[in-house]
Design a protein around this ligand. Structure first.
Ligand SMILES: Cc1cc2nc3c(=O)[nH]c(=O)nc-3n(C[C@H](O)[C@H](O)[C@H](O)COP(=O)(O)OP(=O)(O)OC[C@H]3O[C@@H](n4cnc5c(N)ncnc54)[C@H](O)[C@@H]3O)c2cc1C
Length: 393
């Protein structure tokens, strides 16, 4: 059977796998990507979500020279309005202090399309689609993956195979996990009024509803809603026709972007979060959702995965400059040291924010009302929260 030699073998070619492959290709590293899905074609991508890209992620995308292309499809978020139940209880965030945007909304299919187009131009990257991973084993200081009809022999294997990582299952890496027993529905739609680059987040007791500003499509104002609610509610919402869904949504969003007039796509995602107890095994590093996944309340999952990517990129750069071998135990432990705590912190923050907003009794409502008032009046706290959303702290 054919054996392919590489420095790094990347299992999973989603948003994180494609990003790390592209970053490493810039360092001259020989990379193989194994993706289980059929040949990449953005018109066939089923993921209709958008991603809120933070300022921190944008900076890294600039460093690896790909932001220019992605930026063409990005709609800036200039302000964020947080609304707790009723319109009078609000917090406004903007970008006055740092004179930059709070984030950028891009369709996932565009990010992947650009990454794959650029990857195909790199001669140190080999992409294999339709791959079925069968086994992983070691020979001296190499790690070898066996697929349907070929082997990949490398120094290091990167597991970027998503939240249900098959590599994590093969190695029985323990995880902490939480099933919120809820779903997020993502609806892309046209609406009547300009969003003016404002993102809205309404907190209802069954979960948050975010409105994310998208680029105009021809002459149509376009946005995306991410609404978390109980499984029963989302299932019954989906059983309705689009006109009924539109009238429910219009009541919820209270004219913030005018009236919704057409639904373009709708998709649901089960809400589960997890954190691997460690981010490595022998000659394996977990990146992105294979290492951690979160409640999407803060829109930070991919952004944190991109911190993993940046950290791995810097580690490979350092090892290359020192002439050290990639993927040994010290390498893997250094990656863990740089990234585990950030993920643990986000896991805790997203989980706690969800709990704070869901309680609906007079004591909690009063406490929340006071806290929101305090945040709205305190520049210092607001700046800290904006820095967190921008991924620059
Ligand atoms: C509703 C919702 C909204 C979100 N919004 C945001 C947001 O605004 N901002 C943000 O930062 N994050 C957001 N996130 C999180 C973000 O989408 C994820 O963190 C990100 O997509 C993870 O990318 P990934 O490449 O790690 O995993 P995935 O996208 O799951 O990719 C994994 C890839 O590995 C492949 N694969 C799996 N097993 C194998 C195998 N055995 N062999 C080969 N290939 C394999 C899969 O086919 C897939 O292509 C959101 C999440 C949800 C649910």
């Amino acid at each position: 059977m054919k054996e392919i030699q590489s420095n790094i073998n990347i299992v999973g070619g989603g948003l994180i796998g494609a990003s790390i492959a592209y970053s490493l290709s810039k360092l001259g590293t020989k990379v193989v990507i194994l993706e289980q899905k059929a040949k990449f074609n953005h018109k066939k991508i089923l993921d209709k979500r958008t991603t809120a890209i933070s300022e921190g992620t944008k900076k890294f995308l600039e460093e690896i020279n790909i932001w220019k292309e992605i930026g063409n499809y990005a709609e800036p978020i200039k302000k964020i309005q947080i609304i707790d139940r009723n319109q009078s209880n609000k917090i406004y965030f903007d970008n006055q202090r740092r004179k930059s945007n709070l984030g950028y909304i891009v369709k996932n299919e565009f990010i992947l399309d650009i990454l794959y187009r650029k990857l195909k131009e790199q001669n140190n990257v080999k992409i294999f689609n339709n791959v079925r991973l069968e086994d992983i084993f070691y020979e001296d200081n190499r790690i070898i993956s066996k697929q349907n009809n070929f082997f990949v022999n490398s120094n290091l294997l990167l597991a970027s195979d998503g939240k249900n990582s098959s590599i994590r299952k093969i190695f029985k890496t323990p995880i902490y996990s939480k099933d919120y027993k809820k779903k997020a529905i993502v609806i892309n739609f046209y609406h009547s009024k300009n969003h003016n680059n404002i993102a809205f987040e309404f907190f209802f007791n069954n979960g948050p509803l975010a409105i994310l500003p998208m680029q105009k499509n021809k002459n149509y104002f376009q946005s995306s809603i991410v609404w978390t609610n109980t499984n029963e509610f989302i299932n019954s919402l989906l059983s309705l026709d689009d006109n009924k869904i539109i009238s429910i949504l219009n009541k919820k969003i209270k004219g913030s972007i005018g009236e919704i007039n057409k639904i373009i796509t709708k998709q649901t995602f089960p809400l589960k979060a997890h954190l691997n107890s460690k981010f490595f095994e022998k000659r394996i590093v977990y990146l992105g959702d294979s290492a951690h996944s979160f409640h999407p309340i803060a829109g930070q999952g991919w952004n944190l995965g991109m911190k993993d990517v940046e950290s791995l990129y810097n580690l490979v750069k350092k090892y290359n400059s020192l002439g050290l071998e990639l993927g040994d135990e010290i390498f893997c432990k250094e990656f863990q040291k740089d990234n585990f705590f950030k993920a643990y912190r986000l896991y805790q923050i997203t989980d706690k924010v969800d709990s704070i907003f869901k309680f609906d009794n007079s004591i909690f409502n009063h406490a929340r009302f006071s806290a929101i008032n305090l945040i709205e009046r305190s520049k210092k706290i607001k700046n800290k929260i904006s820095d967190f959303a921008m991924g620059v702290n």
